[in-house]
Ligand binder design. Structure first.
Ligand code: FNR
Length: 364
């Protein structure tokens, strides 16, 4: 790390100073014109906070509970692939930092360390105390036996929930990656969760099959083979949110994949009020996309999210300074979040309600 990072955004500049530009593009990039990438961040800037004062909120808590598991802050680490691209310890470093911070980490199906090893690293980092929950992200696979094997691996590792990404019928059109010829992991790295799942293919990226064949029937099938809570990641339409609840899904991750799948979809923050209204509090909604500040977290929670996820910031911090970097990143967000709560007159996440936010209006 060249200088002490004072904000989440500082990590990007610091990481870019040393990171292979092909990998920096892989992290930063989005689909097509990257309109949604920009929209996600911009939406937070457009929304205003309208704080309350004299609320006697000297004692504050950032704790949340999701599916019975406690976390010390409403910020979780969204699933991101290939951590070893940017740090030799990869997901082990990330997991230690998340565990130390008490934050939920969602392990990507495309992790470069096996989920069991990641879980073990998180447990050790907590030295006997209970680690925060670890969740596992899954792309449904056309071969049901492979999906089942992945669910088993996540369950055996002690994962507390499954996050099923449903916005990836085909791989997003990342033109930066195409231009850079980045399609594969470098020699020595593989998708460790996929090792030994299919004859002759040992963790190669091409083992992750994207498919447009899936329907709600596959969600029902998954519901039938696991007792773990299931969250669907990438539902954007309120009607699909209602369908998800009807199909027994336990939660939603309101996500546009950080603008990496379909370009020109709305910012997730903009969709949040509609999605929250559609699910009527029956299941928790986690929002990700463009969260960079404590004020962003407060705005999302005020509009109905139970927690938020961060993707790129984790990769930048990991690339910049490994486990230490991710620890610092989470500390910074915790400090900002606590400050924001203090200044908004809130004592905890339950005090974050829609009255706290407004869109600018210049008229009377
Ligand atoms: C991702 N994302 C992602 N999502 C997923 O379901 N499985 C995955 O393996 C990945 N991999 C991945 C790699 C990288 C480098 C990025 C940047 C993103 C999407 C991720 O979970 C999340 O939705 C977005 O990153 C959130 O937006 P921000 O915080 O990056 O703006």
């Amino acid at each position: 790390m060249t200088a002490v990072a004072l904000s989440v955004r500082d990590f990007e500049a610091a990481a870019r100073a040393t990171l292979d530009p092909v990998y920096a593009d892989f992290i930063a990039g989005g689909a097509r014109d990257e309109i949604t990438v920009r929209a996600n961040e911009a939406a937070f800037g457009e929304l205003q906070l309208l704080p309350r004062v004299l609320r006697g909120n000297a004692v504050r808590s950032l704790d949340i509970t999701l599916f019975g598991g406690r976390a010390s802050m409403p910020v979780l680490l969204s699933p991101t692939a290939f951590h070893k691209l940017v740090d030799p310890e990869g997901e082990v470093a990330t997991a230690r930092a998340a565990a130390a911070a008490g934050a939920i980490m969602v392990v990507s199906m495309a992790s470069t360390v096996a989920v069991g090893e990641i879980a073990e690293a998180a447990r050790r980092a907590c030295e006997g105390a209970d680690p925060p929950p670890l969740w596992f992200q899954l792309y449904l696979q056309p071969d049901r036996e492979i999906t089942e094997a992945l669910v088993r691996r996540a369950t055996d590792a002690g994962c507390a929930a499954l996050v099923v990404t449903v916005d990836s019928a085909v791989l997003g059109a990342g033109e930066r990656n195409r231009r850079n010829g980045f399609h594969d992991l470098p020699p020595g790295l593989r998708c460790e969760n996929l090792v030994d799942l299919r004859d002759g293919e040992n963790g190669h990226v091409r083992q992750i099959l994207m498919s447009a064949e899936f329907t709600w029937e596959h969600v029902d099938w998954l519901r039938g083979i696991t007792d773990l809570p299931i969250l669907l990641k990438g539902v954007l339409h309120p009607d699909d949110a209602r369908l998800a609840v009807r199909h027994g899904v336990d939660g939603l991750v309101l996500s546009n994949h950080g603008g990496r799948q379909l370009d020109t979809v709305p910012a997730t923050l903009e969709l949040l009020p509609e999605i929250a209204a559609a699910v009527e509090g029956r299941v928790p909604v986690v929002l990700d996309g463009g969260v960079r500040r404590g004020t962003d977290v407060v705005k999302a929670l005020a509009l109905g999210a139970s927690a938020v996820g961060i993707g790129r910031p984790v990769m930048w911090a990991l690339a910049d300074s490994g486990e230490k970097g991710v620890r610092r990143l989470l500390e910074l967000l915790r400090e900002e979040l606590d400050d924001t709560l203090a200044l908004c007159g809130a004592s905890g996440v339950a005090d974050l309600t829609p009255e706290l936010v407004r869109f600018p209006s210049w008229g009377p």
